[in-house]
Design a protein around this ligand. Structure first.
Ligand SMILES: [Zn+2]
Length: 82
């Protein structure tokens, strides 16, 4: 089954119940478990505990962590693309 993530995932604040299904849809669940996914801004390793969400930048899905400064970066970018 193919899922068109590029169109659907613009910015998602992800909360506990959504997180697993979103990561599985994106095929990122394994990487997350293996510690292979990093925050796009501060470069910290993302886990279920500090995962903030994913945003779409020019068709690239970028995960970010829960830190306030990273979240603000996402918001800045989101505004920039409008
Ligand atoms: Zn971060």
């Amino acid at each position: 089954m193919r899922i068109q993530t590029e169109e659907k995932v613009t910015i998602k604040a992800v909360y506990d119940t959504d997180l697993n299904s979103l990561l599985e849809k994106l095929g990122m669940m394994e990487d997350m478990k293996n510690g292979k996914i990093k925050c796009s801004f501060c470069d910290c390793m993302l886990s279920v505990d500090n995962f903030g969400g994913i945003f779409n930048e020019k068709g690239h899905l970028k995960p970010f962590c829960k830190k306030t400064e990273c979240y603000l970066e996402v918001l800045k970018r989101k505004n920039a693309f409008k």
